[in-house]
Design a binder for this molecule. Structure first.
Ligand SMILES: *[C@@H]1O[C@H](CO)[C@@H](O)[C@H](O)[C@H]1NC(C)=O
Ligand SMILES: *[C@@H]1O[C@H](CO)[C@@H](O)[C@H](O)[C@H]1NC(C)=O
Ligand SMILES: CC(=O)N[C@H]1CO[C@H](CO)[C@@H](O)[C@@H]1O
Length: 466
């Protein structure tokens, strides 16, 4: 039975290849007699069309739900504007009344009290509907994620082209959801790029975008994300690098999210041609169209400028290549970019494996400040920076990871915290924050995963709804 199935799949793959590129593919392994046997067992339902139809149907349902949410958000926005206006007027009026309370009648004061009650009622109502809205968005996200997992399975098991149309629908849905969440978040925190907030308070559920561009379960090492300081005209660019080992040999860049999902790079940068600029350890970031990564030979911090197509490296004084992160070997220099610039975390022999953080002077490509932490690097899953604060993660169980440690470079204070978040697969080799969209990007056993980040609100900020 297994032989037959394999044979069917092989035949199918061969047919697919032939229809794509009739002259170029191998034909030596399928003899005419084998093809015949295969065809005899070929049932009509070999491709699960039913499953695909179901996906299409739920795509439509999700799309309707999202439209409903977007119209609700629009309603919130318009109500908010009116009520902000009312609050301002009322505050002014109360100020005037307080200065001269005697010249107002009972009736006028009662009138103001009623208006205050009305505003209170509206706040309660808005709060309730926003909570419902958040729940709905979370459940939509869950639905889309599980659909994408099914799609990816279909795509890797069967003919990719049959799945393509449905995948396009899901890309559209994801974009719609992003839009919906962005507008939702704008009501609370319109300040992307600002650090006028507290530490991270929680992370969203994992958002699964994709399986690695190589469509190969062996490509468990890699990373993906966006440029943290994009050049003008490249704001929508995404990048991906992946491999079946910790060696970093190429970086793909995509014009936008759609091209990323469709696996259509606008360029593949090869780090190994006549010269050897390869890296190790998948802890790179892209910033100013430049990849910052752990240079392999010599062991140093490397920088590959995708604009000029040239690389440079700098040896980090006393950095050790003996202490990697928990999930993978060779993760000795971990680059991070946040609102404050470029950072690298590593470890030294002198620190006995404890985490060390360096601030990089980008113009000089050299460390300008170093901070020493009290956590042992090999016990850390990964680390990232937000607004000058280092966050370190560790494993809780196969489905759960937690941010367990923070180090604030402004105060040089560390603290132990517990911010659990869900993993999609057990191990991951890449986790980094991007200040342009306040999201975390993770490469989770081949899957492209991201998380929205929520922050504690700054006490000084006016909070309309709470
Ligand atoms: C607030 O006051 C301004 C000026 O007095 C007025 O034009 C406006 O209609 C008032 N807004 C509300 C919502 O009462
Ligand atoms: C990359 O190279 C371009 C062209 O030479 C240069 O203008 C740019 O400053 C370089 N970027 C970085 C980050 O070094
Ligand atoms: C790759 C390969 O083996 N191609 C062969 C396919 O079959 C034709 C015709 O029998 C040969 O000419 C090709 O060399």
């Amino acid at each position: 039975m297994i032989t037959i199935l394999f044979c069917l799949l092989f035949l199918r793959a061969t047919l697919a290849f032939q229809s794509l590129a009739p002259s170029s593919e191998k034909n030596e392994t399928v003899s005419p007699s084998q093809s015949c046997t295969c065809e005899a067992f070929l049932p009509d339902t070999i491709f699960p069309m039913g499953e695909l139809e179901l996906l299409e149907k739920s795509s439509l349902q999700i799309s309707h739900k999202l439209e409903l949410e977007i119209s609700k958000i629009e309603l919130f926005e318009s109500k908010l504007i009116i009520y902000m206006d009312k609050i301002v007027n009322l505050t002014l009026l109360i100020g005037i009344m307080e200065k001269d309370p005697d010249s107002y009648t009972e009736v006028q004061i009662e009138e103001v009290k009623i208006q205050i009650k009305q505003i209170e009622a509206l706040i309660v109502e808005l709060q309730a509907s926003i909570e419902i809205s958040v729940t709905v968005l979370v459940s939509i996200r869950k639905e889309i994620t599980s659909m994408i997992v099914i799609l990816t399975r279909l795509e890797t098991t069967y003919d990719k082209n049959l799945v393509l149309l449905t995948r396009r629908e899901y890309i559209k849905l994801q974009q719609k959801l992003e839009e919906c969440e962005r507008r939702h978040n704008e009501i609370f925190d319109p300040n992307i790029g600002s650090c006028d907030h507290g530490f991270i308070s929680r992370l969203s559920k994992p958002i699964i975008s994709h399986l690695n561009a190589h469509l190969n379960a062996g490509h468990r090492y890699g990373g993906w994300g966006k440029d943290s300081n994009p050049l003008h005209g490249f704001e929508n660019m995404y990048w991906y690098s992946g491999s079946s080992n910790t060696l970093v040999s190429q970086v793909n860049v995509y014009a936008d999210y759609y091209r990323l999902i469709m696996r259509q790079p606008m360029k593949t940068h090869e780090l190994y041609t006549s010269r050897d600029w390869r890296g190790l350890g998948n802890n790179y970031v892209v910033r100013g169209n430049t990849v910052y990564y752990q240079f392999r030979e010599p062991f140093s911090m490397g920088k590959f400028n995708m604009t000029s197509q040239t690389a440079e490296y700098r040896v980090v004084p006393s950095a050790s290549n003996k202490f990697s992160y928990f999930y993978s070997a060779n993760q000795n220099l971990d680059f991070a970019a946040d609102e404050n610039g470029l950072w690298v975390t590593y470890s030294t022999g002198g620190s006995k494996g404890k985490l060390v953080l360096g601030k990089i002077d980008e113009a000089a490509f050299a460390l300008k400040e170093v901070y020493e932490m009290n956590i042992y690097k090999p016990s850390v899953g990964n680390a990232f920076m937000v607004c000058g604060v280092l966050y370190a993660t560790r494993s809780v169980d196969i489905k759960t990871e937690e941010i367990f440690y923070t180090y604030n470079t402004h105060t040089r204070k560390e603290s132990y915290v517990s911010i659990p978040f869900e993993k999609f697969q057990e191990t991951y080799v890449y986790l980094d924050y991007n200040p342009t969209d306040q999201k975390l990007y993770m490469y989770n056993d081949g899957y492209y995963v991201s998380y929205h980040v929520w922050f504690h609100q700054n006490k000084n900020k006016v909070q309309v709804l709470i």
